[in-house]
Design a protein around this ligand. Structure first.
Ligand code: PRT
Ligand code: ZN
Length: 210
């Protein structure tokens, strides 16, 4: 019999909730921090623990049939996958923020300005849609300290409580996208009976939480 593979985040903000969701679906597996793959003992499924950034491509390429990852990561990697179910956790928004002592008040003022981000693809599309031409500076982390260091005029980063922006003297300026964790599948995986069975279990767990 065929065994499905689902990729979830190995450690980080989505790990715990992803594991909890699968356990609540009645799936029995060991959550070893050290292993990359964990077999499920009571369903033909293996769990792959990965960096979240790698999940969309693994699913697109069919190495994993399914994945749990933030919509932000899917949009940024521009993969072709099927969106199967929103999962209601990992909620955040991708926002442009500016220093709180600045004079930028309308989007047009971002023309010619430098914006630091780890989301150049999503930001680039957003600015293009708005007809704004900014200098997108792609950095790999600690985006919020970049204006203070004189490396950029604004940032574009994920925000949940807003605490990080505030403590770095930044104020949110524009909403680029909102995101939450979603279940994705390889194209066509939605036609698979086992995938359908899993989606139904997930939906009943989500309904029970409402
Ligand atoms: O190691 P790996 O590559 O797997 O993990 P990661 O470090 O890339 O990602 P991780 O674990 O930080 O986040 C995983 C996913 O959680 C993201 O892709 C989002 O979909 C979602 N998520 C939800 C968030 C946040 N909320 C969030 N607040 N991801 C990041 N943040 C960061 C944000 O970048 C900023 O630095 O938290 C800070 C802001 O938080 P507040 O509460 O101060 O606003
Ligand atoms: Zn990551």
């Amino acid at each position: 019999m065929k065994t499905l593979k689902i990729a979830i985040q190995k450690s980080g903000r989505l790990n715990e909730k992803s594991v909890e969701l699968l356990k609540n679906c009645g799936l029995n597996f060991e959550n070893y921090k050290s292993s990359l793959i964990s077999p499920v003992s009571n369903f033909p499924l293996e769990i792959l623990f990965l960096r979240d950034d790698d999940i969309p491509e693994y699913v697109q390429d069919g190495i994993a049939d399914l994945g749990i990852v933030g919509e932000n990561v899917i949009q940024e990697t521009e993969v072709e996958v099927s969106y199967l179910q929103k999962l209601g956790f990992g909620k955040c928004s991708l926002k442009i923020a500016v220093p709180n002592n600045n004079t930028i008040t309308v989007l047009d003022q971002l023309n010619g300005k430098a914006i630091a981000t780890t989301y150049p693809v999503i930001l680039g599309k957003y600015l293009k849609e708005k007809g704004i031409s900014s200098d997108i500076r792609t950095i790999s982390g600690s985006v919020e300290i970049s204006p203070g260091l004189g490396l950029s005029d604004a940032i574009c980063d994920l925000v949940s409580t807003g605490g990080t922006l505030k403590s770095n003297g930044l104020i949110p300026f524009a909403d680029v996208m909102s995101s939450e964790a979603v279940l994705i599948g390889s194209k066509g995986s939605e036609n698979d009976d086992l995938v359908q069975e899993l989606i139904q279990r997930i939906q009943s767990v989500l309904r029970a939480k409402e």
